[in-house]
Every structure is written in C-alpha cells, then in structure tokens.
Design a protein around this ligand. Structure first.
Ligand code: GLN
Length: 533
C-alpha cells in the first residue's frame, strides 16, 4: 500500500471547523501534485444524515453515486475537487446495522460480538476499502465529534490499532483544538488544549501537529507551552484564526508550513504548492467590486447550514464576477400577498431552494409569482422547481388548486406527482431518486447557453417530479422544457421565455459548484441579477 493516511480529530469544543482544516490540507497537498482522497466517520447512531432534521444537522450533501452524507463532504469536494462516493462516509449506525445483519446470517459462528474487535475492525475496514478504491497518495480521514466523547472511543481505538498495522510512519495525526480568549483575564488559555491532547495520548495516539482555533493570535510563549505539554516541536503547533472566508484557510495554514511538515514527515518529494489560482479566488471573494442582493426564500433560514452548498455556490458565482452576494434570508411563511412586494422589491434575484412538506410553500409560490411577473431573475432548485411549476399552473394555466401531491393528494391538477417507482415505498431513508443522472439540454434555451454543452450530469434527491400528463399544456402556455432525462423522459429543467433569467431544475446544482468552477446555472443567475441592478 502506497497511500499515506492523515487523521483529523478535534478537541475542546465542536464546530471548530475540522472539516475546513481537513479540506484545506487536502487542497494544499493536491496543489503539490499529490492525489488526495477524503473520508468522514461519524460516531452517531443514525444510518446516515438522510433522515436527520436539518435544524440539527444542516444540509444533506449527496454524492454522485447517491450517498446522503454529512455537509463536511461538501467542503471536501469543494476544496479538493475530487468526486466522493458511498465509501467516503460511515456512521456507527451503519456499522451496527451491518454487524447485526451479519449476526442474523450466522456469520459469527456463535462468537461474542464486541466493540473491540468487531466494531473497531469494521472501522478499519472502511478506511482500507476507501484506500483500495481510490489508490490516492494521501487519504485524509476526519473523525466527527470531539475527543473524549463516549461514542467516539471505538474510532480512536481503531485509529490507534490502524497506525501500527500500516506502520506509524505512514500515518499523520492532526488534532484541532480551541484556545479560548478570556476577555476578563485579557489572555488566551492553552489549558483546554493540553487536556484534550492528554486525552488523545491516553488513547494511545500522539498527534503530529496541533492546530489551534483562536480569535487572538498566539504568542511564541503560548505556542511553546502547548508544544511542551503536548510532546511536540514548536513548529508543529499551528494556529487557525477566524478567517474572512473559509477559502482563505488553506493559505493561512500554508504560511505556517503545514504542507511542508506533512510531506517531510512522510518523506515525499513534491514541487512546492501552486496556489496562484486559489489566491485569485480568495482575493475576488475578499475584495469584490460589485454587489448583488439575493433573496433566499426557505423554511430553515434560521440555520444557514441547512443551505450550506447553496451559500457556497453563490459565493463561487459571485467571486467569478468579482461581486459580493448579499443573501437576504426570507422566511417563506412570512411571504404573503400583503408582504411579498415589501419583502422582495429590492432584490436583484430570488432563489427557491429544495425542501419538503407543507410549511412555507404558499410563500414560495408567491415569490415565484413575484419573480415571474416582475421579471426578477429566479433560480429554482428541486422543491423550488416544483413551486415554480405550481405557480405557473395556478396563475397562467388557471388551474386554481394545482399542487404537488406531496402536500395535497386530492388536487384535481397534480402537476407535480410521485414518480412511478416511488409508490410502494414505506421505508424512510435512502429511498429517493438519489445521485447523478444525465440531463439532455434543449438548444436555444438560456440553460443551454449557460452550460454550453448538449448533455450534463447532475445530482438528485427527490421523490416527486413534473407530471408529464400536463407537459403539452405548459408548453402551449409558454413554459420551456429546457432539460430532460433522456432515459425516462423526466422533465429536469423548466425556464421562461421573455424573462431575463427564470430557470428551475429538478436536481441540485449546488453540489457541483466549486470555487474554481462556479456552476453554470448559479453563474447565469448571478450574471442576470447583476444586470438587474
Ligand atoms: N420534496 C420534494 C421531493 O421529494 C423535493 C425534494 C428536494 O427539494 N430535495 O420530491
């Protein structure tokens, strides 16, 4: 095995941005010509985030092969720009499920099934499976949660064993901690970091570097103290201050030599990192020359992580036009016939994101109507496309009770309906139309012009779809079918003529946008919104 493995753990507090640090390291090592793969291990008992509440978990990121994953995988793909897969993620829930199934199949021959070795072996297997499938030079594994969590123990034990199985020289441990700044004392405190590293050491793992999240820069003395207590060289204590944009984190860590430390530790010879393109992107984000106001009309707006990939996609598209995108978080339920004008008139563009269920849909339909009739650029995504179709049916075709059968099974016009193969599904989770499918584009449409190619692949996560029974009615009334799935003739993209930009797709373009490659539909949307100003 030629793959070297980097493990990223976290301590002191959650939500420090372990995913960003892991991804940043991945980006830097890729910039040095190395092939990088990444993986996330989540110690919770859910099978996957597919059925978890967005309020608790943020968005569900979908891979090309249809895995419903933690939002950190979105960061991985955006930073390293390599496709991830089902093998890129595992949870304790999934591991337990597999073990219980094997038990019922009689695979254990009466053995006692235990955390060590059965669960720990399964964790190690998940890492090996990924390494063998990808054959990368560097494989980065992030462990969810915080060192000291009860549910995380089997993972740390698995890593402890793993390092000796593949050779300690082939493993590198990054530990991310928080160094809190106490206003009253006027100083940053290193003690929690010492404790956290001690806990890790107590599990048999010595970190190779410690990265400290700080709001105030650490003094050389403080770094020395951490180095002493954590059994590290001074140069291996790094800091990650709050950054203006997450895309700056690779540059901040690079300045402190993180990629040199890793390549030297692994004795890998590579050219220095070429970060010129990345620096340009960061500069475009930090020093915009224009700005644009986009209303994001959704129902989970209190938690922006629920729309994380959309937010990032807007940033990427904005950067391409050297523009700051001001996102106005509009609670869909608050949009009513009385408030719509006030809430939306100042917007240069309206984005209708994906979603589920009844709450807020009438507000989204009103926002679609506002965009259509006031010629405000609109981008609709998945459920957002459903809203656009319903609005058109009600107000252009005159079918007053038109709806999606997701919220009204009695409607006389189910313009959005359950897909044929979804009718008998009773299980929750993993049962939607998931992952990547082709979409054939109609020449002469705005969509075609934006993509500049006849067929594209896009990622999906839905149960309901445009009802083909009504397709001709929509076309006759002026709606353009700009993209279809060639195998099943499903409507994938609709748009309007005589409108600056009114495009809605059944898929999730936000999963494919990269800082270095903004998604064509987001770019087209932002371009139109800039012209709208
Ligand atoms: N609720 C819709 C469906 O299941 C849309 C899903 C989504 O927006 N991701 O088809």
């Amino acid at each position: 095995m030629n793959t070297r493995i980097i493990f990223v753990t976290g301590g002191v507090a959650s939500a420090l941005g372990k995913g960003i640090v892991a991804s940043s390291l991945g980006r830097l090592l890729k910039s040095r010509g190395l092939k990088v793969s990444m993986q996330k291990m989540d110690p919770y008992l859910n099978m996957d985030p597919g059925t978890m509440n967005p309020y608790q978990h943020g968005e569900v990121f979908v891979t090309a092969d249809g895995a419903e994953t933690d939002l950190d995988l979105g960061h991985y793909e955006r930073f390293i720009d390599e496709p991830l897969s089902q093998l890129s993620t595992i949870t304790t829930g999934r591991i337990m499920w597999d073990l219980f199934e094997k038990q019922r199949q009689g695979d254990f021959n009466g053995e006692t099934i235990q955390i060590v070795p059965h669960v720990t072996n399964r964790i190690k297997q998940a890492i090996f499976d990924n390494i063998h499938a990808n054959g990368a030079d560097i494989h980065i594994v992030e462990i969810g949660g915080t060192v000291g969590d009860i549910e995380g123990q089997p993972y740390l034990e698995a890593l402890r064993q793993f390092q000796w199985e593949v050779g300690r020289e082939n493993c590198f441990f990054v530990h991310l901690t928080l160094v809190p700044y106490l206003e009253a004392a006027g100083e940053a405190k290193t003690k929690p970091t010492q404790h956290s590293v001690n806990t890790l050491q107590g599990m048999g793992i010595q970190p190779d570097i410690v990265v400290c999240r700080t709001s105030h820069s650490l003094s050389p003395e403080q770094k020395q103290k951490i180095a002493n207590f954590c059994n590290l060289k001074l140069s291996h204590v790094l800091e990650s201050p709050d950054a203006e944009t997450i895309y700056e984190v690779p540059l901040i860590l690079h300045q402190q030599g993180i990629d040199d430390i890793v390549t030297e530790t692994f004795s890998i010879q590579t050219p220095p990192a070429d970060l010129s393109n990345w620096k340009q992107i960061v500069q475009n984000i930090k020093e915009p020359v224009k700005e644009v106001n986009i209303a994001l009309v959704g129902k989970y707006i209190e938690l922006h992580d629920a729309y994380l990939s959309i937010v990032e996609s807007l940033t990427h598209a904005g950067a391409a036009y050297q523009s700051k995108v001001n996102i106005h978080w509009v609670q869909a339920e608050d949009v009513t016939p009385e408030t719509a004008e006030d809430m939306l008139a100042a917007m240069d563009g309206i984005l209708l994101p994906g979603g589920f269920g009844k709450r807020g849909i009438e507000g989204k339909i009103l926002a679609a109507q506002f965009a259509r009739t006031h010629k405000v650029p609109l981008l609709g995504i998945c459920y957002g496309m459903h809203m656009v179709v319903i609005e058109f049916a009600r107000n252009v075709l005159g079918w007053k009770d038109a709806n999606t059968s997701e919220v009204d099974e009695q409607t006389t016009h189910p313009v959005i309906d359950l897909m044929a193969d979804q009718n008998n599904i009773t299980q929750m989770g993993g049962t939607m139309r998931l992952g990547q499918y082709p979409c054939k584009l109609e020449p002469g449409t705005k969509t075609y012009a934006a993509y500049g190619e006849p067929e594209v692949m896009e990622r999906h996560r839905h149960r309901y779809e445009f009802n083909n029974k009504y397709r001709q009615d929509f076309i006759d009334a002026g709606m353009v079918i700009a993209g279809v799935n060639p195998q099943r003739d499903l409507v994938e993209i609709v748009e309007l003529k005589d409108h600056p930009w009114f495009v809605a797709g059944q898929f999730h373009p936000e999963f494919l946008s990269r800082p270095n490659r903004p998604h064509p539909l987001f770019a087209g949307f932002i371009d139109a919104a800039l012209k709208q100003r």
